[in-house]
Design a protein around this ligand. Structure first.
Ligand code: ACO
Length: 432
C-alpha cells in the first residue's frame, strides 16, 4: 500500500492536501495530482509535457541521465546483440520473450498478413511521383480503417490481436509501394518465404525483369536498426497514438496519426535532416561555421541528430548505431564514406564545445542511422518511413496497453487561457 504523500498547501485558502506519491518499479516517483482541482481550484501548467507522466506503462523504461533503455526490463544492448526484430516485437506486445513455438506462431501469423488489398494499392496512383513517402504512408495507413472498420471491435481482444499483426505485417508492404511509386517501378508483392527485413528489402529493390538476391548483411543491419527504433516510451508520436486512440477511434487512424507526428524534424524526421545537414556542411573545415550557427539563437539552424528531451547523457542507441556504422560500411565495401567521416568529426568537435557540454547535448539515435540507410541504397526521403516501420511495433504495444486498461479515459489536456475576457458582439458597421 502506498503511504507516501506530497503536501500541498494553498496560503490563500488555507487548504492543505496530502497528494499521494506513486512509485514505479524503477525511476522517479510521481505525484498524483488528480485531486488538486477539486481541493484547490487550480490546474497544473506543463507545456510540452516536460515533467508530466501521462499514463502508467509497463513497456519501456528510460533513464536519461544514465543513458539506459530497457524494453520490458531487458537492456536494449542485450536485445541488439542477441535478439531479432520479430522476437523484440513479440516481447513488446506480450511482455515476455517468446519460447520457440510462440515465436514461430507469431512469425507465421505476421507473414500471412503481408499482402495489402489491391484497391489499397491503387491509392498510390493518386499521388504525384514526387510526393513525400511519409505523406503516402500516413494516408494509406489511415485509409486501412476504411477496409477494416466493421471487423474491428476495439473491445474484442481477438480483433485487437488481428489488428496488431495486420499493421505490423502490412506497413513494410505499404512503405515499399510508396518507394516503388516514387521510382516509377512496378510494385513487388511480398514473399512469405523471406524473413521480415529480407522481405522488405526484396519489395524495395527487386524488379520483375531480373532475379534479385537480398544481401544478408543488409537484412541484418536493418533488423538491428529496427530493434533500436522499436519503442521509446511516451515520445511525441506514441503519445499521439495514445491520444487519438483514447477517443475509441479506429486504431489504423491512430497509427496514421503517429506516422504524421513522427515525420517532424524534431522527431523521426531528424534522420533525413541529418544527411541533408552533413551534405550542407560539406567538409570538416566548415564545421566551426555551422556550430556557430547552431549556437546562434537568431538562426533557425540546429545540429540535427543532436539533443534529446530525455537523454542528458549518451543515447544508448546512438552508441550501438555508431559501432554498427563501421561494421556495415566495411562489410558493404564502403568503408571510406566521406559523410561518416564528417559525422565522426562533427561529433568529436561538438562534444568538446562548451555550448553542447553545458546543455548536455549528445548525438541521438538518428545521428548515424541515415548513413547506414544510405549505404543500403535506401533513398533519403524513405529514412523516416523506415523508422515508422520499426516504431509501429511500439505504437501498437502502447495502444494495446491503453485499450486493455479498464480505467482508460479519453485524453483531454487543460489550458491556461490568456485570450480576451467576456465581451459583447459588435455589429460590423460599428467596428473600427
Ligand atoms: N542544436 C543546437 N542547440 C540545441 C539542439 C541542437 N540540436 N538541441 C537543443 N539545443 C539547445 C536549445 O536551443 C536549448 O538552448 P537554451 O537552453 O540556450 O535555450 C537547450 O539546448 C535545451 O534544448 P530544448 O530545445 O529545450 O530541448 P527539447 O527537449 O525541447 O528538444 C529536441 C529536444 C527536439 C530533440 C532538440 O534537441 C532538437 O531539436 N534536436 C535536433 C533534432 C533531432 O535530432 N531530433 C531527433 C530527436 S530523437 C527522436 O525523436 C528519434
Amino acid at each position: 500500500m502506498n503511504t507516501k504523500t506530497f503536501e500541498l498547501s494553498n496560503p490563500a485558502t488555507g487548504v492543505k492536501t496530502g497528494l499521494p506519491v506513486r512509485s514505479g518499479t524503477i525511476g522517479p516517483d510521481v505525484i498524483d495530482i488528480g485531486s488538486i482541482t477539486k481541493d484547490h481550484g487550480v490546474f497544473t501548467f506543463d507545456p510540452a509535457f516536460g515533467v508530466t507522466a501521462s499514463c502508467e506503462s509497463k513497456i519501456t523504461y528510460i533513464d536519461g541521465d544514465k543513458g539506459i533503455l530497457l524494453y520490458r526490463g531487458y537492456p536494449v544492448e542485450q536485445l541488439a546483440a542477441k535478439s531479432s526484430f520479430m522476437e523484440v516485437a513479440y516481447l513488446l506486445l506480450h511482455g515476455e520473450l517468446p519460447n520457440e513455438s510462440q515465436l514461430q506462431g507469431f512469425v507465421t501469423s505476421i507473414s500471412r498478413h503481408t499482402m495489402i488489398n489491391e484497391s489499397l494499392l491503387r491509392f498510390f496512383n493518386g499521388f504525384h511521383h514526387n510526393a513525400h513517402p511519409m505523406a503516402m504512408v500516413s494516408a494509406v495507413v489511415g485509409s486501412m480503417s476504411a477496409f477494416y472498420h466493421d471487423s474491428m471491435d476495439i473491445n474484442n481482444p481477438r480483433h485487437r490481436e488481428i489488428f496488431s499483426h495486420r499493421i505490423i505485417a502490412k506497413i513494410p508492404t505499404i512503405a515499399a509501394a510508396a518507394h516503388k511509386h516514387a521510382q516509377g517501378q512496378p510494385f513487388i508483392y511480398p514473399r512469405n518465404d523471406l524473413d521480415y527485413c529480407s522481405n522488405m528489402l526484396n519489395m524495395f529493390f527487386a524488379v520483375p525483369c531480373e532475379p534479385y538476391r537480398v544481401d544478408p548483411v543488409a537484412a541484418q543491419a536493418l533488423d538491428l536498426l529496427f530493434i533500436l527504433h522499436a519503442d521509446h516510451e511516451q515520445n511525441a508520436s506514441t503519445s499521439t497514438v495514445r491520444l487519438a486512440g483514447s477517443t475509441g477511434a479506429n486504431p489504423y487512424s491512430a497509427i496514421s496519426a503517429g506516422v504524421s507526428a513522427l515525420w517532424g524534424p524534431a522527431h523521426g524526421g531528424a534522420n533525413e535532416a541529418v544527411l541533408s545537414m552533413l551534405e550542407q556542411i560539406g567538409s570538416v573545415d566548415n564545421i566551426p561555421k555551422y556550430l556557430a550557427m547552431a549556437k546562434d539563437k537568431n538562426s533557425h539552424f540546429k545540429l540535427m541528430g543532436f539533443g534529446h528531451r530525455v537523454y542528458k547523457n549518451f543515447d544508448p542507441r546512438a552508441k550501438i548505431i555508431r559501432e554498427m556504422c563501421y561494421k556495415v560500411l566495411e562489410k558493404l565495401g564502403r568503408a571510406d564514406n566521406p559523410l561518416f567521416e564528417l559525422a565522426l568529426r562533427l561529433e568529436e568537435i561538438a562534444l568538446k564545445d562548451e555550448y553542447f557540454v553545458a546543455r548536455k547535448l549528445y548525438p541521438n539515435v538518428d545521428f548515424y542511422s541515415g548513413i547506414i540507410y544510405s549505404a543500403l541504397n535506401i533513398p533519403r526521403s524513405m529514412f523516416t518511413v523506415m523508422f515508422a516501420i520499426a516504431r509501429t511495433v511500439g505504437w501498437v504495444s502502447h495502444w494495446l496497453e491503453m485499450i486493455g486498461d479498464p480505467s482508460m479515459r479519453i485524453g483531454r489536456p487543460r489550458q491556461l487561457y490568456t485570450g480576451p475576457t467576456l465581451r459583447d458582439y459588435t455589429a460590423i458597421d460599428k467596428r473600427g
